[in-house]
Design a protein around this ligand. Structure first.
Ligand code: MG
Length: 404
């Protein structure tokens, strides 16, 4: 029996991880669930899977959750950054699923690694912000990090059983998102509702907007660089609108390995939860006759400047990727709240990146202060009178925390 601590259980990956865990009750049980503000769903999940610990953003939400759950089950309710850390370090957990959104995922992911827990990683931002530190800590602790991000799961699977020195190239595929075939001018009129309609994947709002701007693919290049320890030059981004091939690895003899499956997050999630075993998920495989053809094209960096900015941040490194990621989070929240247009996201990110003086060889505190600075700079650039309220992606700044 593997006990899971699911960080971010009310998000898209968290909900699917729970679905997989509940499909195989003889294999998985749940030690901890954490959420931000969605306590309604968290309460439901808690009643279903009876974890030892549940964590929410603040004391008030913790009190509300306590009332909702009542004395029905024994449950420790924690809140704030101490609570998230406790869930990541929980003694009884065998595997930590890191599925919080955005920069909020970094510290809990680090805490899990420092506690020697293997991590199933969906929170790409922790590698974007601090890939060198995260992977360094994992190596030092002998902790395995299994990717959940579908492309990285594909690459991970394509690398299995092959020698690293034979690797020639990684082809990171991208669906291209809902705006792939829009003209640059059309992009000015894109509403959050339009950008949230992803053609192939069903995901949370932040990553869906990142997919629409191709920022997601840029973040994934940085993620792949650290996760697989390869130079950026070896990673090629390719648009593949059908989202059937989730990525490919090219070897020096000219052979290409690809991983294919229908776009359902349960496939990479289940693989990460049960690696190296594969579970009978009861999902169909792609019907190639039905699909007919698979197509590929180059990404348009002019139409999608977010991708170019992320590649630039990856090349320069230091604290710049953390700044890119934080500025993007704020700009995406501003777009979702109708404060700025879609094309302004890249402008805000570029403006904040230009103002930043990257710190060489950054430690965790340099990265966190660059992130906080970038959030403030981006908030100023989006001219928000107050932090976004409808789509709050800023669960990243919880108070210290406690228990109710
Ligand atoms: Mg992905």
């Amino acid at each position: 029996m593997k006990r899971l601590s699911i960080l971010g259980s009310t998000g898209s990956v968290g909900r699917n991880a729970l679905r997989v865990a509940e499909q195989f009750p003889e294999r998985f049980s749940v030690a901890a669930l954490t959420a931000g503000r969605n306590i309604g769903l968290l309460a439901e999940q808690v009643m279903r899977v009876t974890p030892e610990v549940a964590v929410v953003l603040d004391e008030n939400l913790a009190g509300q959750l306590k009332k909702m759950v009542g004395g029905a089950i024994p449950l420790k309710i924690l809140y704030g950054s101490d609570g998230y850390r406790a869930a990541a370090e929980l003694t009884s957990a065998d595997l930590v699923v890191s599925a919080m959104v955005g920069s909020a995922g970094l510290l809990p992911t680090m805490a899990a690694i420092e506690a020697g827990k293997p991590v199933a990683l969906a929170n790409k931002e922790s590698l974007v912000m601090a890939g060198e530190l995260v992977m360094g800590a994992a190596r030092k602790k002998g902790v395995s990090i299994i990717p959940i991000d579908s492309e990285h799961s594909a690459i991970f699977q394509c690398l299995a059983g092959n020698r690293r020195q034979d690797l020639k190239q990684i082809i990171l595929t991208a669906s291209g998102g809902p705006l792939l075939d829009k003209s640059a001018e059309d992009l000015d009129a894109i509403t959050p509702e339009m950008a949230l309609c992803h053609p192939t994947w069903k995901m949370g709002p932040k990553i869906t907007i990142d997919s629409a701007t191709l920022m997601n693919k840029g973040l994934e290049v940085i993620e792949a660089k650290w996760l697989f320890g390869v130079p950026q030059e070896l990673i090629q981004v390719m648009i593949h609108p059908e989202s059937v091939i989730h990525s490919m690895v090219v070897y020096r003899d000219g052979a290409v390995m690809a991983q294919l499956s229908l776009p359902d997050m349960r496939v990479p999630i289940a693989y990460a939860l049960s690696y190296p075993e594969r579970l009978s998920l009861g999902l169909p495989h792609p019907d190639f006759i039905d699909i007919g053809s698979l197509t590929f094209r180059e990404p348009d960096l002019e139409k999608f400047p977010c991708l170019a900015l992320a590649l630039e941040a990856c090349r320069i490194g230091m604290t710049l990727p953390a700044v890119l990621s934080a500025a993007n989070e704020v700009a995406v929240a501003a777009f979702l709240n109708d404060h700025i247009g879609l094309r302004r996201i890249a402008q805000v990110v570029e403006q904040v990146m230009t103002k930043h003086k990257p710190v060489p060889d950054p430690g965790l505190s340099d990265i966190l202060s660059a992130t906080a600075w970038a959030r403030r700079a981006a908030e100023e650039a989006t001219r928000l009178p107050s932090p976004p309220t409808v789509y709050s992606l800023s669960a990243s700044e919880p108070g210290k925390g406690g228990q109710v």
